[in-house]
Design a protein. Structure first.
Length: 137
């Protein structure tokens, strides 16, 4: 690397590393390395980043893979923000969810219950009433 000079700069919130020759009077070539942003990944030899697939996210820069969305959250299809979204009321979200799963008929949750991870956390409807579309009737 005696004949190269490294520069690091920020360009559109992306870390860019530029490699320039230092022995040349005129710079007629250079190479650059872009660090992968959150919500994306790059395998070795990649020319372009890949967006994390539905149900996965990546909250760190410079990664070579995405991770399954954690329990109680979902990672939507086509999300522009890589942060997982907390599972809303009347539903549950197992690991790797890309959308919430509604609690089944015969069960319910309250309108303030968020972040359920599994179907067994949906409460069974009490005797003398019925539950459809996840609300107590």
């Amino acid at each position: 690397m005696d004949s190269l000079r490294l520069f690091q700069l920020m360009l559109f919130n992306t870390v860019v590393i530029i490699v320039l020759p230092i022995t040349s009077a005129s710079v007629d070539w250079f190479s650059y390395v872009l660090v992968v942003l959150v919500g994306h990944y790059c395998l070795e030899g990649s020319a372009n980043p890949e967006k994390c697939p539905p149900g996965e996210s990546q909250l760190n820069i410079g990664q070579d893979s995405c991770i399954p969305c954690r329990k109680g959250y979902y990672c939507p299809i086509g999300a522009t923000v890589p942060d997982p979204v907390i599972c809303p009321p009347y539903s549950y979200c197992p690991e790797g969810s890309y959308e919430p799963t509604r609690c089944p008929n015969g069960t319910y949750t309250t309108n303030t219950t968020e972040g359920l991870e599994k179907v067994t956390q949906c409460k069974p409807c009490v005797a003398g009433s019925y539950c459809r579309y996840v609300r107590l009737s």
